[in-house]
Design a protein. Structure first.
Length: 201
C-alpha cells in the first residue's frame, strides 16, 4: 500500500507541474503568475524540440488568452518557445510582451521578418540564432537589455534593419558580424550608438 501511495503521490506532483500548460488556437502557453494572470508562450510539451513541425506560415500571438473562464495576459515568449520551427515564416508579437527568452526563435530557418514591439524590455541569449532567411527586422523599443554579444548572431541573410522613432539608444554588438547588412534606418531620436554595434558588417 505504501508503494502504491508513493506512486500516486509522484504522479500527482507531475500532473501539478504540467497542469499550468495549455493550448489556445494552436499556441502553447505556460502560466507564470496565476495571481496576476500572466502567461508565457512555451514549447509544445516537456521536450523542447517537439514543436518543430507544429507551427507553419504566419503565427499571430494574441495579447490575451482565455482558459476556463480566466483571461491571461501574454507577457513573455519563453525560452525555446519556437525553437526549430522550420516552417514558420513570420510572427506577430503583441505590445503586451515584455520579454523574449533565450533561443526563442532558434533555428527558425524560414523566418523572413521580425518586428520587436516597444513593450519589450528584455531579450535573452541568441533568440534568433540560425534564422538564416531573416532579412528584415524592425525594432520599435528602447531601453531594452539583452544577453551579451550580437542579438542577431548567425542571421546570415539579414539585410535591412529599421530602428523606430521610439529608439534612443542602439546597444553595443547588436548587429556585429551581420555581413549581408545593406540598409539601416536610424531616426533622429537616436542619441547614442554602443561600441561595436555594427562591427563586421
Amino acid at each position: 500500500m505504501k508503494k502504491i501511495a508513493l506512486v500516486l503521490l509522484v504522479f500527482s506532483v507531475i500532473m501539478q507541474g504540467t497542469a499550468s500548460n495549455f493550448k489556445v488556437d494552436g499556441i502553447y502557453y505556460k502560466v507564470i503568475d496565476e495571481a496576476k494572470q500572466i502567461v508565457a508562450v512555451t514549447y509544445r510539451d516537456s521536450y523542447k524540440d517537439s514543436n518543430r513541425k507544429h507551427y507553419k506560415g504566419h503565427i499571430e500571438i494574441p495579447k490575451t488568452v482565455t482558459r476556463k473562464g480566466v483571461t491571461y495576459i501574454v507577457e513573455a515568449i519563453g525560452d525555446n518557445a519556437f525553437i526549430g520551427c522550420h516552417e514558420m515564416t513570420s510572427v506577430t508579437i503583441p505590445n503586451s510582451v515584455t520579454k523574449i527568452g533565450s533561443f526563442a526563435f532558434d533555428d527558425c530557418s524560414s523566418l523572413t521578418s521580425m518586428t520587436i514591439p516597444n513593450s519589450v524590455v528584455y531579450i535573452g541569449s541568441q533568440p534568433f540564432r540560425g534564422c538564416n532567411k531573416l532579412e528584415e527586422v524592425n525594432i520599435n523599443t528602447d531601453n531594452f537589455t539583452y544577453y551579451r554579444y550580437s542579438l542577431f548572431n548567425e542571421c546570415k541573410g539579414l539585410k535591412t534593419i529599421h530602428f523606430g522613432e521610439r529608439v534612443k539608444n542602439i546597444p553595443e554588438y547588436i548587429l556585429s558580424q551581420c555581413k549581408e547588412l545593406t540598409s539601416v534606418t536610424i531616426p533622429n531620436t537616436v542619441t547614442s550608438i554602443g561600441d561595436y554595434a555594427f562591427s563586421g558588417c
